[in-house]
Design a protein around this ligand. Structure first.
Ligand code: FAD
Length: 442
């Protein structure tokens, strides 16, 4: 690369950081612009004030999978030690219904070879009749023999019905997994993308299906180490720099910043799809991208933090709830030493969106009390609402490619990694892929 070549990366979320890390480690000149005062985008820690106390919380309880190979190896390169950063749990689902007092648990038999470990898990799971277990087992075997592929995409609800999955199986297993993976209700969710996640989780190495739950603040695991890595390798990071427009000029691009125009030879746009639309408006060759992303729908995620007295502990670090507004509850005391703090995830659209934050927190606290009667009244609560947490992962959703019709301008971001829903891994893979496209040009 000659000295006139300088790559601008717009957006400091997982995609932009991964692109910058990959390019700077190969010696390219990179400037990353982030509109906000911190990096991390939709995977970040935030400081909140509670009763005059400042506290660091994550914008949402993120979970990684053992199958997130690109993310895990990038973080390792950036100096993140897995044992310090994550609690690794072999696949184990424990779902409880507050209403019916029923329970479901699935545990992969990790002492057995793959795929028998998983099939045995389905055969011996708790909370289903033998007929339901055999139906689930047959379904899994069918998915494995068809390499988790389908001819035509359709909603997951229809697909599960076609495969005779019972109401209970859907409620206790498939629906919670779909919400966790795609953040889209099963009536709307893409079966193809759901199966891609199942394939990567259940195929290959047994460890692919492990859950990795952050033990540290998310920023300490993702954005801070990656920023340090980028800067150590000579990259520049500019916070509080919102790019207003990108224009093609003199075989390169002018970026309009709050400090005037800056010229770059290459640009990676690594913003969320809604923001990308606006940035590309001055580039008529890219209208087809806007035609795709303009119609995207978005899904929210609410994270309800409930602080109980320090001695309060849940039986497990992670418990699933069904027939409830709350979907997953995490014991942050056990995970990261925030004693007595529970984080409850309420993902995707639903009637809870109409509640005030206080009413939502009360509702969630009441549901937890039904399941864990020993819980006292919470001391305080904090709801973090991410109204556009992810794009809705609908069947046959058009996804733009990383290479665009505009020479030397690339798109990164979770929405561009076409085989995955909105995930950290999709974002990271897209960033690395864009960096490699640029590197391969030289
Ligand atoms: C609450 C919540 C929970 C989640 N849970 C999980 C989970 O458990 N597991 C999982 O894998 N994924 C999870 N996700 C999804 C995951 O966080 C995202 O898919 C991923 O972080 C997206 O990264 P990105 O880089 O593509 O986009 P973003 O994170 O949106 O990054 C885009 C960045 O661009 C910046 N930007 C925008 N416009 C401009 C501009 N004009 N100029 C400069 N900068 C700009 C933004 O400020 C932002 O920092 C969750 C998301 C949320 C919100």
């Amino acid at each position: 690369m000659n000295t006139n070549q300088h790559i601008a990366i717009i957006g400091g979320g997982c995609a932009g950081l991964s692109a910058a890390a990959t390019l700077t480690e190969c010696g390219y000149a990179v400037t990353l612009f982030e509109a906000s005062s911190q990096l991390g985008g939709r995977a970040r820690s935030v400081v909140v004030e509670n009763k005059d106390l400042l506290q660091q919380l994550d914008n949402g309880q993120h979970i990684l999978l053992g199958a997130y190979s690109a993310t895990l190896s990038l973080l390792e390169k950036a100096g993140v030690k897995e044992n310090d950063a994550f609690l690794r749990l072999p696949l184990q689902l424990s779902m409880q219904s507050a209403l019916s007092k029923s329970e479901f648990s699935l545990k992969s038999a990790h002492y057995l070879p793959r795929p028998i470990n998983l099939l045995a898990g389905f055969l011996f799971c708790k909370g289903l009749t033998i007929v339901e277990r055999l139906t689930a087992l047959n379904f899994m075997r069918h998915l494995q023999s068809s390499a988790y592929e389908i001819q035509q995409d359709l909603s997951l609800a229809r697909f599960l019905k076609q495969h005779k999955q019972s109401k209970k199986l859907i409620q206790m297993l498939w629906e919670p997994l779909c919400l966790a993976a795609l953040n889209t209700p099963i009536k709307k969710a893409s079966s193809r993308i759901f199966l891609n996640v199942l394939r990567d989780t259940f195929n290959g190495n047994k460890k692919n299906s492990d859950f990795l739950i952050p033990k540290l603040d998310l920023s300490k695991i993702i954005s801070q180490p990656l920023a340090h890595y980028i800067q150590t390798n000579g990259g520049t990071i500019k916070l509080n720099h919102r790019i207003r427009s990108v224009r093609e000029v003199n075989n390169g691009f002018n970026l309009e910043t709050n400090q005037g125009l800056l010229h770059f030879s290459h640009v990676i746009v690594a913003t969320s799809p809604a923001r990308t639309d606006k940035l590309l408006m001055q580039l008529p060759k890219l209208k087809s991208i806007q035609d795709k992303t303009h119609h995207y729908q978005y899904q929210p995620i609410y994270t309800v933090y409930l602080q109980y007295p320090a001695e309060i502990k849940l039986p497990r670090v992670m418990t699933g709830l069904t027939n409830a507004t709350s979907q997953w509850v995490f014991d942050r005391g056990e995970l990261c030493g925030q004693k007595g703090l529970l984080a409850v995830i309420v993902s995707a659209e639903g009637p809870h969106q109409k509640l005030t934050q206080d009413a939502l927190a009360l509702n969630v606290a009441t549901e937890l009390k039904q399941l864990f009667p020993n819980l006292p009244k919470p001391l305080w609560h904090k709801v973090i609402a991410e109204k556009r947490a992810t794009f809705a992962c609908l069947p046959d959703l058009p996804r733009p490619t990383n290479r665009t019709a505009q020479h030397n301008l690339y798109l990164a971001g979770d929405y561009t990694y076409a085989s995955y829903p909105a995930t950290i891994e999709g974002a990271v893979r897209s960033g690395i892929y864009c960096a490699n496209l640029i590197a391969n040009e030289f």
